[in-house]
Design a protein around this ligand. Structure first.
Ligand code: ATP
Length: 254
């Protein structure tokens, strides 16, 4: 199987703080990997490094076999055009109506004319279960669940081969969490995309992911199928998956 995302010995520090200490991780084409790990373990730093927002000091990050560390300008844009992203807070532009939010990347990056962009927004919203009635609404008038759906519609609008989800269910009630998790799973299946999700939410791990990886103290210390999460006797994984205070994981600031 081809690796769509591959990290090899990735290191990232901020001054004396060594956050990523040799991360090795790969995501096969069409697979959904969920990265779990405690607060401050480096999940966001890892995702930002893949997106090119941070530059690792050492190691390589390949996207579909193409080395990307240090790429800038047009070359980086070409790589990032393969990405869709659902941000933790939705990150919608308050001053733009829903349809322009959804089609933003298509209009900016691909110079899509407004009438086509409007149709694209309509189709993308339909994929996440939203109707035409919200196309001209502004983000401030959307509920939390609708906000997430619009963010998801935007993430998939350009039909990207790779989609990143950053804490996709933060701030949602348990029922809406389940709805969004299933919606993500269904959209990803429909598009055949490769995905990477970072989350603390074990329901997201089980619904969205087919593979999981545990990041601890700057390294991936466990990877496996989501189905095998409960069968593992790895003490770090058992502690994290079951949310136990006692175990080998050092809890800072407790
Ligand atoms: N730009 C930065 N400058 C300095 N330190 C940073 C920077 N970005 C992240 N860090 C540090 O790197 C460490 C890992 O942060 P990161 O946000 O990746 O954690 P996380 O695993 O995503 O945590 P959470 O689950 O709480 O979001 C933290 O100690 C954080 O303070």
């Amino acid at each position: 199987m081809t690796d769509m995302i591959k990290l090899s010995n990735v290191h990232k520090s901020f001054g004396p703080k060594h956050v990523l200490k040799g991360v090795d991780l790969s995501v096969e084409k069409g697979s959904s990997l969920v990265v779990i790990g405690g607060s401050g373990s480096g999940k966001s730093v890892m995702m930002k490094s893949i997106l090119g927002l941070l530059t690792p000091e050492k190691g390589e990050i390949e996207i579909n076999g193409f080395p990307t560390v240090g790429l800038k300008g047009g070359k980086r844009d070409l790589v990032n055009r393969q990405f869709g992203m659902l941000f933790q807070n939705g990150a919608l532009f308050d001053s733009l109506p829903v349809w322009q939010n959804v089609s933003f990347a298509a209009m900016q990056g691909n110079n899509m004319p407004a009438d086509e962009a409007y149709e694209l927004a309509k189709e993308s919203l339909a994929l996440v279960g939203l109707g035409e009635n919200i196309l001209n609404l502004y983000p401030a008038s959307l509920s939390g669940g609708m906000h997430k759906r619009v963010g998801l519609a935007r993430a998939i609008a350009t039909r990207p081969p790779i989609i990143f989800f950053d804490e996709p269910t933060t701030g949602l009630d348990p029922i809406m969490t389940d709805v969004i998790n299933h919606l993500i799973r269904d959209c990803v299946n429909e598009l055949g995309a490769t995905t990477m999700t970072i989350t603390h939410d074990m329901s997201s791990v089980r619904t969205i992911g087919d593979k999981a990886a545990l990041l601890y103290q700057g390294k991936i210390i466990w990877t496996g199928n989501v189905d095998s999460l409960d069968q593992s006797d790895d003490p770090f994984l058992v502690q994290f998956v079951n949310g136990l205070a006692d175990g080998p994981i050092e809890i800072s600031g407790a």
